[in-house]
Design a protein around this ligand. Structure first.
Ligand code: CDP
Ligand code: MG
Length: 882
């Protein structure tokens, strides 16, 4: 019954605005061919719509009878007991001057937009305005979303402190943790968490107000939330359960939200908060270091500290590893009194490690349905990628020139430098340090990722050092796998960073690049959704019963091609129902953009990995393969688990060492590739062997170093295995899989099953070796033909299957270096293809085509129908062996 209601509620999302949009979007200028089928369809569609409407109306009137219509405006005033110091500091915030205007606009409109410079008080004060005005007094609460975990946690603490309320009342919820209680009135959360809540309760009945913070960041989940809320808010108001939406942005560029007919028919009013910014002098570098910007940041920071008057320094780098590297160098150069911070930090570190160990012990083996481990989102944490083991390693990022440079700069400064790191994954107690005043007689220096750009305001910053770069996720068009790359930031971001120096007095911003390079930056950062794969988003939306994703009111829509490709992939994976194949081309196209989700798709939607790998997880329970599938999927998702030993050596000694390590790695790869049947699983067997061996040895940094594995990658794989295990258990509790550190290698039987599961997931990455008789062009020698590419692709020389050259393979990705190389290759058997991937096959009788197997240029695989195949299917208890 609940399910039904859910489906109905979100179907409103399709219809409430789409009656019009359908006309515009799916039937552009072309005239409709009045065919009988068409007419019929329309009639049934109409009938359905009327029926639905009638049902809905009935329901609403019933509801209204049951519960007295909630008052549309709260009439109470809830007093808040603030300390005099807090009250005084608040009054200086520009947003306080706009309180009346903001609250009036909230009263009169379902949605408003607030623009104001970072530090003007939006995040800390607006929730308090709403609280005081009674928006959290009728059992409902105020929700605020942040794209970053750090912001959600630290802002909840700050607001609780300002309001003199306990954390049970002003709470937070992020992916792995939270302190929300039944007494919670104000709830800070990551955008991914709210998206997940919409999946559970489409109307978000718990909330009276939703504030979408940091909307200018244009994170994918923030964008989707705004799209969803643009429908949920009117729906709530229609049902007599009023709700308000506030969108807050640090830039004035909000037209994607306001001048957007698809989103809001009546544009929401925009309230501008005056900034109280002091002038910031910008200093450009003469030259632009292309590689070692961390080194450049180090020199610049040293110089500022030695030569410039007091004032905090804020350095912007791109990721966790860089942040730690620079912190270490700065601490070496300006050692801080041992009995103070150093001891303090290591004590905190010890506690953090202990807490982490404890957490590990409870979180791995068993499931907890309310734990958001099944969240298929990463909540926009771009510095997440940098690895989790950072705090513990210290050695792995050390570049050679490090020690030299440090001794050069080692001075005896009269003022100690108090160096603090800041990035998303930092332990909360460490994060909180940046907001406290530095120890007396020291200068504060915060080394941060772009988390400090707009989400957090650090007090007392006078100097900003900006590397000009940002770590971003990129979409790999060939593989559909996303990756992180460091690129130039935008002019808007660089100016935001500079602005951090002018909060309390005039400041200086040192840009580690030239003004010419700045001139080449793009003006604004693009919305993340336009440079990201969308198959996982499409799957999430279908899971919300939004079937026509093309009609979804995205603030900035992804391209139709991207949406079509995503739907096609999801259909071929069985996550969406197949569109009808009959009818006119246009009808088919339209239908293929509105395929509903299947039960398999729902399961896949709850696994936090790309849908190809999610399919493997969904099939993994057969033949007890799940622990192996989880390990392989985790290793494929983390990527690059082997250390790069091909780097040039800087000394003869290093060269000998590298040669030895390479030899060892080759030997280990061969060992992990196994023997006999296991060999056919190819590179994925190597991954499995590496994970198994590493876990068996206790996942130590020594084991990794000795065997050419990246320690950080292995630690992340371990964490992801835990998370995937929880997610699988949540979907299939009867399987009861747990992470076994001492995983034994798969049996031959299991290897066969694993290869089929891999084929089922990577079906669109199938390649066939070019047969001798087809070899017209020598460039195809040892080459493979794939359905989608014209040119041959090759097995990578360090692949376990490089010498074997199996006839059919599937691959994880294609990388172009000197040639187009497939990586992560597994061999598959020809006769599995028609059984497991019938969607890619053309079936014919032997008389029709002389050669039973080939990849045609149209991207299909022709084969003869055979009667005896292995069967792998969702919800089958086991693989049936023919
Ligand atoms: O959201 P917005 O950038 O407009 O400002 P905010 O985050 O609400 O910050 C308002 C003020 O509170 C700033 O001056 C911050 O320095 C201060 N603040 C603080 O002192 N400690 C915190 N934990 C958070 C904010
Ligand atoms: Mg803010």
């Amino acid at each position: 019954d609940e399910e039904e209601q859910k489906a109905e509620e979100s179907s409103d999302l399709d219809t409430s605005s789409d009656e019009e949009e359908d006309e515009n979007v799916t039937n552009p200028t072309e005239t409709r061919d009045p065919k009988e089928t068409d007419a019929k369809e329309e009639v049934t569609e109409e009938q359905k719509a009327t029926e639905q409407k009638e049902q809905k109306e009935k329901k609403i009137s019933e509801q209204e009878k049951v519960q007295n219509k909630a008052p549309s405006q709260p009439a109470v005033f809830i007093p808040v007991d603030r300390s005099p110091e807090i009250q005084e500091a608040r009054l200086k915030l520009p947003v306080l001057a706009e309180e009346q205007v903001i609250m009036e606009a909230v009263r009169e409109n379902p949605g408003i937009v607030i623009c104001g410079e970072t530090g003007s008080g939006k995040t800390t004060q607006v929730p308090q305005f709403l609280y005081e005005a009674g928006y959290a007094s009728d059992g409902q609460i105020i929700g605020i979303t942040e794209p970053r975990r750090v912001a959600a946690v630290s802002m909840s603490h700050r607001v609780a402190k300002e309001m003199n309320l306990p954390p049970q009342v002003v709470s937070y919820q992020i992916r792995y943790e939270g302190n929300v209680t039944s007494d919670t009135k104000i709830k800070f959360m990551t955008d991914g968490v709210l998206l997940k809540e919409i999946q559970k309760d489409f109307l978000l009945r718990r909330y009276r107000v939703i504030i979408i913070d940091e909307a200018h960041e244009r994170s994918v989940y923030t964008d989707i939330l705004i799209g969803l809320l643009s429908r949920i808010v009117p729906l709530r108001n229609k049902k007599g359960m009023p709700m308000k939406l506030l969108i807050m942005s640090a830039t004035l560029r909000v037209e994607d939200f306001t001048d957007n007919q698809r989103l809001f028919r009546t544009p929401p009013p925009v309230i501008k908060v005056d900034s109280r910014q002091f002038p910031v002098t910008i200093h450009f570098n003469k030259r632009t270091p292309m590689e070692d910007y961390t080194g450049e940041a180090f020199h610049k920071t040293c110089k500022i500290h030695r030569m410039l008057p007091p004032g905090g320094i804020l350095v912007f780098l791109t990721g966790q590893a860089e942040v730690h590297n620079l912190c270490r160098r700065l601490r070496n150069a300006f050692p801080f009194r041992k009995n103070n911070t150093t001891a303090d930090t290591s004590e905190a570190m010890r506690k953090f490690k202990k807490a982490k160990q404890k957490k590990k012990a409870v979180s791995l083996p068993r499931i907890d349905l309310d734990n958001y481990s099944a969240l298929p989102v990463d909540e926009g944490d771009e510095d997440r990628e940098a690895g989790i083991g950072d705090e513990e390693d210290g050695g792995s990022d050390l570049d050679i020139g490090d020690d030299l440079a440090d001794s050069e700069e080692k001075a005896d400064p009269s003022i100690p430098l108090y160096v603090l790191p800041l990035y998303s994954l930092l332990a909360p107690e460490q994060q909180a340090k940046v907001f406290r005043p530095p120890p007396p007689g020291t200068r504060l220096c915060v080394v941060a990722t772009n988390v400090a750009e707009t989400s957090l305001t650090i007090p007392g910053i006078k100097y900003v050092v900006d590397c000009g770069r940002v770590k971003k996720r990129f979409y790999d068009r060939v593989t559909g796998v996303s990756s992180f790359k460091v690129t130039w930031t935008s002019q808007a971001s660089a100016n935001q960073r500079a602005g951090r120096a002018g909060r309390t007095e005039p400041g200086h911003c040192y840009r580690l690049y030239s003004s010419a390079v700045f001139g080449d930056f793009s003006l604004f950062s693009e919305a993340e959704i336009t440079r990201r794969p969308v198959e996982d988003l499409v799957l999430q939306m279908k899971d919300l019963n939004i079937d026509k994703v093309v009609n979804f009111p995205f603030p900035t829509p992804p391209s139709t091609e991207a949406l079509v490709a995503a739907e096609q992939l999801l259909v071929s994976l069985g996550a969406l129902e197949e569109p009808p194949r009959t009818g006119r081309v246009k009808q088919i196209q339209q239908a293929s953009l509105s395929c509903p989700i299947t039960p398999l798709g729902r399961a896949m939607a709850s696994f936090p990995v790309t849908p190809r790998y999610a399919k493997m997880l969904a099939l993994g329970k057969q033949q007890d393969c799940l622990p192996y599938v989880i390990a392989v999927v985790a290793a494929m998702t983390v990527r690059e688990i082997f250390e790069d030993l091909d780097r040039p050596a800087r000394s003869e000694e290093e060269s000998t060492k590298l040669t030895q390590r390479r030899a060892r790695m080759t030997q280990m790869r061969r060992l992990w590739a196994g023997q006999g049947a296991a060999l056919q699983l190819g590179d994925l067997m190597v991954l499995l062997g590496a994970v198994g061996a590493c876990e068996f040895a206790g996942c130590t940094s020594k084991f990794c170093e000795d065997n050419g594995l990246r320690y950080k990658a292995m630690v992340e794989i371990r964490k992801l295995r835990g998370q995937l295990t929880n997610a699988v258990n949540a979907v299939c509790p009867e399987v009861g899989v747990f992470v076994d550190p001492k995983m034994t290698p798969p049996t031959e039987h299991q290897v066969v099953c694993l290869r089929q599961i891999v084929l089922a997931g990577l079906g669109d990455h199938l390649a066939r070796r070019v047969q001798a008789e087809d070899l017209l062009d020598p460039k195809w020698k040892n080459g493979y033909k794939t359905p989608l590419m014209d040119d041959p692709v090759f097995i990578y020389p360090n692949s376990a299957l490089f010498k074997t050259l199996p006839e059919f393979v599937v691959y994880q990705e294609v990388m172009e270096t000197t040639k187009m190389y497939m990586r992560g290759v597994s061999a598959v058997e020809a006769e599995w293809i028609p059984q497991l991937l019938p969607q890619y096959c053309h079936f014919s009788s032997p008389e029709e085509s002389p050669s039973p197997w080939f990849c045609s240029s149209t991207g299909t695989i022709r084969c003869h129908r055979k009667s005896t195949f292995f069967r792998v299917g969702w919800q089958l208890p086991a693989v049936e062996m023919a």
